[in-house]
Design a protein around this ligand. Structure first.
Ligand SMILES: Cc1ncc(COP(=O)(O)O)c(C=O)c1O
Length: 401
């Protein structure tokens, strides 16, 4: 039993009537989960290879995370950061023990975009430079303008300035774009929304050298990659310590949280009070974050994600489907380029009990919880084979003339 008192259809209709039409709706109301399985309001069961865009890293209703949230909810939900909190202190110690060496302080917030906002603001404040160099096809979030609308205090300036986008993974283009007006280079070590494109060997290390040479900061956006690619962060695998590392999504297994990790040097150079967040570092998110890190360690999930990811990608390759152009990925982060649009494949997977994600129009993206089993992976592969077949048989919609 779902326990849901309404059907998919009723819940979808309320959503449609009371929210702006901002998302391409999937037509399901999800009401319950356990591990890598989700149920909708009509009690249909799905294998989850999306984890809500990369959030539920240790699976749904994880006992350790659930208990931590329940206990904390009975004690204190909010403690503003002008006060200290025992659970925040515990979480900070656990987090800073797994980040790349040299990153020593965490600014806590509630989402990926907020973590990025802080990083760019810090880079501007420290270097005094206006410009940012980012990558084509990058995704760093969607916030805009709140800071500009906030009335400036004496000494405040207009904040970070223009952004130049260069092709991802192209060192010459990066080298040519960074100069003495650049406050920061911002890069996803594996581009997520673009379709799961890992940077080539050596690219990120060379980007760090360019940043250092020009006096700009290197910001890694690990909002999507954190905890998912076989290491805590891609930076650990690369042996690189960026000046700033942003993370969010998986950090508290679904409770909103974000973190901007910085070095001591950056922390000391930051003017006091230039940034803030009402909910950032709240004990509920910190309790969930602490339990998430603990679960990943206890269940050895980083190592498992490497084996499971290989199983997934080799299984998909073995389908030898002519509907697949390319398979990319690391750990449990996988992109599959489809010949044709991805939406019919997503739909066919959903109809057969698998929830996956798009990345753009042509790439199928899989970001399963790290607790997914071998059997569930195999089931996903088999269902993908059937879904690709079914999607290729669908009559293409006529273009209206
Ligand atoms: C790499 C990356 N950065 C930033 C963000 C923005 O995170 P949020 O949606 O939590 O603001 C995302 C979200 O998908 C992301 O994938």
């Amino acid at each position: 039993m779902t326990g849901a008192t309404m059907t998919n259809e009723t819940i979808n209709a309320i959503d449609r009537d009371l929210q702006p039409a901002m998302y391409a709706k999937r037509g399901l109301a999800l009401v319950r989960g356990e591990g890598a399985v989700l149920w909708d309001a009509d009690d249909n069961e799905y294998i989850d290879v999306m984890s809500n865009y990369g959030v539920n890293i240790v699976g749904h209703a994880h006992p350790g995370v659930t208990t931590a949230i329940e206990q904390q909810a009975g004690l204190l939900l909010n403690v503003h950061q002008s006060f200290s909190s025992d659970v925040r202190a515990d979480f900070l110690e656990a987090l800073m023990a797994i980040v790349p060496e040299g990153l020593t302080r965490a600014w806590l917030c509630n989402s990926g975009a907020e973590a990025i906002e802080a990083a760019l603001k810090f880079a501007h404040a420290i270097t005094g430079r206006p410009n940012i160099v980012a990558m084509q096809r990058a995704y760093h979030g969607r916030t805009v303008a709140a800071g500009q609308a906030t009335a400036p205090k004496p000494g405040d300036d207009a904040g970070p300035g223009p952004v130049t986008h260069v092709p991802f993974d192209d060192l010459d283009a990066l080298d040519g774009a960074v100069d003495d007006q650049t406050s920061a280079i911002i890069v996803e070590p594996i581009q997520g929304e673009a379709g799961i494109y890992p940077a080539s060997d050596g690219y990120l290390a060379a980007a760090a050298e360019i940043a250092q040479r020009e006096g700009a900061l290197l910001i890694f956006d690990e909002v999507q990659t954190a905890f998912r690619t076989g290491e805590w962060f891609c930076a650990n695998a690369e042996g690189i310590t960026p000046d700033v590392l942003c993370t969010a999504k998986a950090l508290a297994n679904g409770v909103p949280i974000g973190a901007t990790l910085i070095t001591n040097a950056i922390s000391e150079a930051l003017p006091n009070g230039i940034h803030g967040s009402t909910f950032g570092g709240n004990p509920l998110a910190c309790a969930a974050g602490l339990a998430t890190i603990q679960a990943i360690k206890d269940e050895d999930l980083l190592a498992k994600s490497v084996v499971l990811g290989d199983r997934l990608r080799s299984g998909i390759a073995a389908l030898e489907s002519d509907q697949i152009r390319e398979i990319r990925g690391r750990g449990l982060m996988t992109g599959i380029d489809i010949r044709g649009r991805v939406t019919p494949v997503l739909r066919a997977l959903q109809d057969r009990g698998v929830l996956a994600l798009p990345a753009g129009n042509l790439t199928l993206r899989m970001l399963p919880p790290l607790v997914i089993s071998d059997a569930q992976i195999d089931q996903v592969v088999e269902t993908l084979g059937a879904s690709l077949e079914a999607a290729s048989r669908r009559p293409r919609r006529r273009q209206s003339s």
